[in-house]
Design a protein around this ligand. Structure first.
Ligand SMILES: Cc1ncc(COP(=O)(O)O)c(C=O)c1O
Length: 395
């Protein structure tokens, strides 16, 4: 037996849950994305998606993607740096930069490769990266790849952040990186305080808008816009895999910083560019988001309804202020069991266990789309309330 086989033969954590019949991952969807999908021959209400604007099944976006396939083909066969740049990429970058309020923007093939590539190279030896300890895994990987000194503070604890900043040299380059909306907990970063500390301690700030775009700010411009602090934020990151109904990501900043990233970022230069269809889909989604602010209103209407109903039913939902509603369980086995019972009753939700959360904070993540109806949300709440009561998670 080889070394790796020897090492991994005893990794049986997933099999344990498979044997119990509660393994929740990799379920195949056999229908179009929407508020109801077909999964393994079972029709379920979808409350596990990140498609906040509800645009993944929108015909205009599907048509734009099809047209790009016909015009440009199925792939770009190279990186943006060399043969992989399309006029479509450039148009999307221009419109996104304007949308988020920065000079320029660069599109990548995934949001993950934006964070893992950009954070790793904008700061280096002698510099500091300071992260919230609930930041997304792609931010964590970006900081791990950097030669800068890595520090982190307790989730949204501004006193802890300040205590760290106080100890750092004033002249050193210090980059604070935060999720605008925390992807599992649904709460916002305290951007006003972070910007105050940025000025007091001479830092730079990067905000991950993965879950803020299409949800917060004017016409869905994100959390930086919502707080009126776009000009104070040095780097804005976003992804197309959520409100933009596609796949890909971007970084937006001032022209000088973008010029450096464009010519030095390894995940940008040494990875093939985003496909024509995915790029056209993101561009069309941006147009629809700008044209239809009523979508965001609809999203907030169902979000407020769901928040009220979960509270009325006695769920513990933490400090969420977004369409991401964490339903705390505080027990890994019960989290899997709740997910399974909900699925059997027709509701798809995501179990969240370590490392996506702290071991004592396991939860199921319920997320809304602009296209959910109140009737669907009510059905979801009632099914989940029944399941949580059966398992003794709520009274
Ligand atoms: C906060 C955050 N940042 C970055 C990413 C990565 O984005 P992508 O799915 O486009 O790779 C995600 C996706 O889960 C995310 O939630």
């Amino acid at each position: 037996m080889g070394q790796l086989q020897e090492r991994y033969k005893n990794y049986r954590e997933p099999q344990k849950f498979m044997e119990q019949g509660v393994y929740p991952y990799f379920r195949a969807i056999t229908s179009k994305q929407g508020t109801e999908v077909e999964m393994e021959g079972h029709k379920v209400l979808m409350f596990g998606s990140n498609a906040y604007t509800g645009l993944t099944g929108d015909q205009r976006i599907i048509d734009a993607a099809k047209a790009a396939l016909d015009t440009y083909g199925s792939g770009c066969a190279g990186s943006r740096f060399l043969n992989g740049t399309l006029d479509l990429h450039i148009q999307l970058e221009k419109e996104l930069a304007e949308f988020v309020g920065k000079d320029e923007c660069l599109c990548f093939s995934t949001g993950f490769s934006v964070n893992s590539g950009v954070i790793a190279m904008v700061v280096g030896r002698g510099d500091y990266i300071i992260c919230d300890d609930r930041d997304h895994a792609s931010i964590v990987d970006g900081r791990r790849l950097s030669f800068a000194k890595q520090l982190h503070y307790k989730h949204n604890d501004m006193e802890d952040l300040e205590n760290i900043l106080k100890t750092l040299p004033h002249e050193a380059v210090k980059l604070i990186v935060v999720d605008g909306v925390f992807s599992m907990e649904g709460d916002l970063c305290n951007l006003p305080k972070i910007i105050e500390l940025k000025h007091k301690y001479n830092c730079s700030v990067m905000v991950d808008e993965a879950h803020g775009l299409g949800v917060f700010g004017r016409d869905g411009r994100g959390v930086c816009d919502y707080f009126g602090l776009t000009d104070e934020v040095d780097l804005i990151m976003g992804t197309f895999s959520k409100s933009f109904a596609s796949i890909g990501g971007f970084i937006a900043s001032d022209s000088d910083t973008i010029n450096y990233i464009r010519h030095a970022c390894r995940t940008y230069i040494f990875s093939a560019s985003n496909t024509p269809a995915a790029t056209a889909a993101a561009l069309e989604a941006l147009h629809v988001i700008k044209k239809e602010p009523e979508r965001i209103e609809a999203l907030w209407k169902v979000t407020k309804y769901a928040l009220r109903r979960f509270r009325e039913e006695g769920f513990e939902i933490g400090d969420t202020a977004s369409p991401i509603i964490p339903l705390y369980v505080h027990d890994t086995e019960k989290t899997f069991m709740a997910t399974k019972l909900a699925f059997d009753a027709g509701v798809f939700i995501n179990p969240v266990i370590p490392p996506a959360c702290a071991p004592q904070d396991t939860l199921v993540r319920f997320a809304l789309m602009a296209t959910h109806t109140e009737e669907q949300v009510e059905r979801g709440v009632q099914i989940l309330a029944k399941v949580f009561r059966e398992l003794g998670i709520i009274k």
